[in-house]
Design a protein around this ligand. Sequence first.
Ligand SMILES: *Cc1c(COP(=O)(O)O)cnc(C)c1O
Length: 411
Amino acid sequence: MPGPGYAHFGAEERRNLLAVVDSWLATSDAHSRPPGVDAQVRGLERELSEYFASPHCLAVNSGTSALLAALAALGIGPGDEVIVPGYLYTASVSAVVFAGATPVFAEIDESLTLDPADVLDRITPRTKAVMPIHMLGAPCDLAALGQIADDHGLFLLEDAAQACGATYRGRPVGTFGQAGAFSTNIFKVITGGDGGFLLTPDERLFQRAYSFHHHGWYPYGEETGDGDQLFGLNLRMNEFTAAVARAQLGRLDAILEHNRTLARALSAAIPARDGLRPRLLHDADGDCATLLVYLFDDAASADAVAKELGTRTLLHSPKHYYGGLPELASLMAGDARPSPFRRPPERPRHDYRAGALPRTDDVLARSLALTVGLTDTYLGADFGLTARSTPADVDAVAERCRTAVAEVLGP
Ligand SMILES: *Cc1c(COP(=O)(O)O)cnc(C)c1O
């Protein structure tokens, strides 16, 4: 079943989405990127920064991307270890694997989140970060985990994908460490259809995450700037997602209130008893209350009850239990196949500098592109037709071209 945000869809989502469509229709004959091309994404980032009182927010195309960008920003890679709980979502660990780092699993406790004492036991000289995951909407023991990270000089990277709006001692989760990752896929507290975002208090981390999520550009799409130019990917959020997510952010408090009211009523009606107690909550007031979890004293009872209710215990939730990830098991067994990338060569054997391909350089230096339907400054294609050009436009553009050529080469 999709998450609460999906269920709270309404007129604002429609209005915002149509506003983007309308603005694109109004500017679709522009010759280059229209000025408002990232207006929704930037607007969402500002509103999220404000909502979470976080100095920096980077919208991305998924929660997985938020984790990956955070790891890239933190410089975590081959040889580094990241401690993650054994109850997770597969993306939490795949992000670590794709960063080239090594996931190290730690126990959860009856809160269904990282057990701080077990985290302590897993720390080695290679440990770079601890990744608490606020599973099922409820905050981890951030006081203890934050202390451990501080004491051992580790990064705290919160996976808050399931806990947008959850708080710990009055402060939103995702704002406790160097970075917090959120998802807005349809299963989450609020949704943009897909998408996610990253919060960080650190300007340099923001800059690096930005670079990584947008092909190595500086914020916001600048060619030059302060900081590190990284190899990047395209992990950008799009305008449609942002437009919907903005409407959803406006509903977040109401959604949480709604969840909590229901959960309170339900939990009051199912009090703890011998052999059954509610999940330990590190901050009951801060729970998103997307789910209400109980614990039995033994598995057989839990299974039996689950079966009776036509459901399964959490052990059987695919992709959320480390033991239920065959790809992970084979990775741990030393099989590199589930990791699509291998270690790079010790020393680059190629020359990547300009001039290494003289013919390419020459040809490109002699080429001029005129636009027909595609206009893209970064492609050097800024002049010509657009998809909406009329016959009169064609005449005008052709005329201008001929004239320019004639001026340079003569009539
Ligand atoms: C959903 C989720 C993610 C990934 O988010 P996507 O937007 O689906 O990429 C990461 N971690 C946890 C704990 C999640 O629940």
